[in-house]
Design a protein around this ligand. Structure first.
Ligand code: NAD
Ligand code: DAU
Length: 361
């Protein structure tokens, strides 16, 4: 391994992290050390195509483990850390917030602290070149009304869920490590991602799989909540742009310029599944849509103003929502073994816990 070219990725067996690792190996081609605890959301099968590739090393471990992080940094001497590892599902943070504080706050703190110790040992030139890229979310900004301008980098933080609050805390820590010690930290705040390998607890894959299987499609509240959807490969290319060309100490908002109401997303998924996997006996999948009890504190609307990353780094999304959603439905139809594999006993327990009462309304 050429040590100076190595990057350390955390959470690279999850949805966005695994897409990032695969894109990195294909387009950049330098070595990746991938540290992932392999929680319910982490899946080595996402990385099957690089499992025998000498440029990729998957290490099972916890970002809260200071000794492990320190030894990985000393051994592999990465030129950058790209930090995805997190608890990421808002509904789970409402049911059981503890793991969110542990991983998102304590874990990010630990990683920053170990990175600082490592960074301090580097020669001046390497110190300057080093990057810590903290991957975060638009949810730290809270919620928008229908006519409000989209979130920009100076929008005040107002996180509403335990998940969003834990990510906001981690963003503040990342900022403080730059401000206090001049560590070369950058933060990206992205809108809702969708695409291959997304764990089917999140809206889009859940609806695709339920539609295929003729199960109810549980839309929270009135279905009028709006999200700004971004195809995952576009998020990964934005992170690469921030890593290579972003200014240290800055934050960059990343979005898809694709605001959609949940009910419209779910209806489009129904139509795509009808088209790609017709079930003429049972009738159109839209019949399965079922309005259920709302998420407590449910943010009404997210929208991202991505003009800073466009103007400074020349990044903009390549995929349109309609074509990206079509590709995503196709991917889930073509990867039934993957979905069967991730829907284990723990997944079924979560489905029961989150939806039994909601659907009983
Ligand atoms: P995910 O839940 O699919 O994956 C998270 C990964 O982190 C998993 O592989 C899991 O095993 C790993 N992990 C969890 N706890 C860990 C720990 N203590 N130590 C090491 N690894 C651990 O999440 P995702 O959707 O891929 O999101 C990745 C990152 O991007 C998160 O930081 C999230 O906040 C952020 N983000 C997500 C979205 C989105 O729409 N999914 C949008 C913006 C930002
Ligand atoms: O905005 C970025 C965030 O997007 C990321 O930081 C989070 O990690 C990611 O999970 C996502 O959060 P959301 O809460 O927006 O995503 P989710 O897929 O859970 O829900 C999308 C919308 O769909 C939201 O308004 C809630 C609604 N929903 C969700 C589920 C799971 C339903 O109506 N029914 C459902 O069953």
């Amino acid at each position: 391994m050429n040590l100076r070219d190595t990057i350390l990725v955390t959470g690279g067996a999850g949805f966005i992290g695994s897409n990032f690792v695969l894109q990195w190996i294909e387009r950049v081609g330098t070595p990746v050390v991938n540290l992932d605890l392999l929680t319910y959301a982490g899946n080595p099968a996402n990385l099957d195509s690089v499992k025998d590739d000498a440029r990729h090393l998957l290490v099972r471990g916890d970002i809260c483990d200071a000794e492990l992080i320190g030894s990985l940094l000393r051994e592999h001497r990465p030129r950058a850390i790209v930090h995805f590892a997190a608890e990421s599902h808002v509904d789970r943070s409402i049911v059981a917030p503890d793991a969110f504080i542990r991983t998102n706050v304590q874990g990010t703190f630990n990683l920053l602290e170990q990175a600082k110790l490592y960074w301090a040992t580097l020669e001046e030139r390497d110190k300057k070149a080093f990057r810590f890229l903290h991957v975060s979310t638009d949810e730290v900004y809270g919620t928008l009304g229908a006519g409000d301008p989209a979130f920009c980098e100076t929008t005040p933080y107002a996180p509403n869920s335990p998940y969003a609050a834990s990510k906001a805390a981690s963003d503040h820590l990342a900022r403080a490590y730059h401000h206090t010690w001049r560590m070369p930290v950058l933060t990206t705040n992205c809108s809702n991602n969708y695409g291959p390998f997304q764990f089917p607890e999140k809206l889009i894959p859940l609806m695709i799989l339920n539609a295929l299987e003729g199960k109810p499609l549980p839309v929270y509240g009135d279905g009028g909540n709006v999200r700004d959807w971004l195809f995952v490969e576009d998020h990964c290319s934005a992170i690469r742009a921030a890593l290579e060309r972003g200014r240290v100490g800055e934050t960059y908002n990343i979005g898809g310029n694709s605001e959609r109401k949940n009910i419209d997303v779910v209806s489009t998924i129904c139509d795509l599944v009808d088209e790609m996997s017709p079930d003429s006996a049972a009738g159109p999948r839209r019949r399965l849509i079922s309005f259920v009890q709302d998420r407590p504190g449910h943010d009404r609307r997210y929208a991202i103003n991505a003009s800073k990353i466009a103007d400074e780094l020349g990044w903009s999304p390549l995929e349109r929502f309609e074509s990206g959603l079509r590709k995503t439905v196709r991917w889930y139809l073509d990867h039934r073994a993957w979905t069967e594999n991730v829907r284990s006993g723990a997944y079924l327990d979560w489905m029961e816990r989150n939806y039994a009462e909601r659907l009983a309304l």
